[in-house]
Design a protein around this ligand. Structure first.
Ligand code: KG4
Ligand code: ZN
Length: 340
């Protein structure tokens, strides 16, 4: 007899997207709804936490409703409710978590607390039931840059991490200084298309002792200094060249360290996840370098790279089948670590 299908409702509100989704068996997206706050935060050049929390409150009910409707399911058909409980902005997290708790309690469903970063990793399984651990995953987002050995669906080992800024944060700050707007990643990528990546040699930080850690703060400062020096001399800033040279510097270190991590671990599969994994240069250069080492690269479809609830529902599935269910006292943890 076929095993019973498992349907998870996922809810995500850790930053500036209110999202809900229904996923079947951890890999099939039945619906995915995202209410983005980008337009609201744009004028401030970044996410304003209190405004984000209020905006989540305004839309969470219709977003969850729409996710169920689009999936063609009722709440009673759902096997578990997975929700992000960290890391993220505390007020924003609390909106999704409180809502999910209330819904799970009222409907008599299990509640599953999901780590946002582990959610980004699980985005790789959506549409790809064939992908199985172990593999190396580079998680690069607005708040995190980690190289992670994925030993099982819910077991992770951190091999490298940023010692200062996250990769996405560097994209956002450089874009703001260049006057390109928010979020910075897609803007830099677009500007870089018309620039020469070899025109300015920005620093690539490498730590001694075989460390796989990253540092992007020196690179960000070098780019900002380059722009300010030019402005002081009254020169026109070649925005496209700065964007292309900066993007190349970030991608070079991300790719080099990730491939090295896979080599050292004797692992042939590399995954990338998180908002910055939407970057085309990162995808192509990772593929090229990996191919030379007989490795292959997987990544989520574009819409699942940035924040979404499909990945949270996916990660929730792998926890539920191991009976990893949250207590009703689960709280938001803004600095939640992986594997906790
Ligand atoms: O995963 P995500 O949506 O949110 C966090 O968990 O932080 O990642 C957002 C980050 C932002 O810093 C944004 O600039 C970056 O991902 N990003 C990109 C691209 N698309 C989004 N960075 C580089 N290239 C892109 N195409
Ligand atoms: Zn994220």
């Amino acid at each position: 007899m076929a095993e019973k299908d498992i349907y998870i409702l996922g809810i995500e509100s850790s930053c500036d997207e209110t999202a809900a989704a229904v996923v079947k068996n951890g890999c099939e997206e039945l619906s995915g709804v995202i209410a983005s706050q980008i337009e609201i935060h744009k004028e401030y050049g970044g996410v304003v936490p209190e405004i984000a929390s209020r905006a989540h409150v305004n839309v969470i009910v219709p977003v969850v409703d729409e996710a169920l409707t689009k999936a063609g399911l009722l709440l009673e058909d759902i096997d578990g409710i997975a929700v992000t409980y960290g890391p993220g902005l505390v007020g924003a997290l609390l909106v999704g978590l409180s809502f999910a708790k209330g819904l799970a309690w009222a409907a008599g469903k299990p509640l599953i607390g999901v780590n946002h970063i582990e959610g980004h990793i699980a985005a790789n399984y959506i549409g790809h039931p064939d992908i199985k651990p172990p593999y190396i995953c580079l998680v690069v987002s607005g708040g995190h840059s980690h190289i992670i050995k994925v030993l099982d669906y819910d077991v992770f080992e951190i091999l490298g991490r940023t010692r200062d800024d996250a990769a996405g944060e560097a994209f956002d700050k450089v874009a703001r200084t260049l006057g390109l707007g928010y979020p910075g990643g897609p803007m830099i990528q677009e500007a870089a298309e018309r620039g020469n990546p070899d025109s300015i040699r920005f620093p690539r930080v490498k730590f001694s002792g075989g460390s796989l850690d990253f540092s992007f703060s020196g690179l960000k400062t070098a780019v900002i200094n380059h722009i300010h020096n030019g402005e002081q001399k009254g020169e026109d800033i070649a925005v496209h060249n700065v964007a292309a040279s900066f993007q190349q510097a970030v991608v070079d270190v991300l790719v080099e360290n990730t491939v090295l991590a896979a080599k050292r671990s004797g692992i042939q599969t590399i995954a990338i996840a998180g908002g910055v994994s939407a970057n085309i240069l990162l995808r192509t250069e990772m593929e090229e370098k990996a191919q030379k080492e007989n490795m292959h690269v997987i990544y989520p479809k574009l819409k699942l790279c940035t924040d979404n609830a499909t990945m949270i529902a996916g990660a929730g599935y792998f926890q539920l089948i191991k009976n990893k269910v949250a207590g009703w006292d689960i709280n938001a943890i803004p600095g939640l670590k992986i594997n906790s």
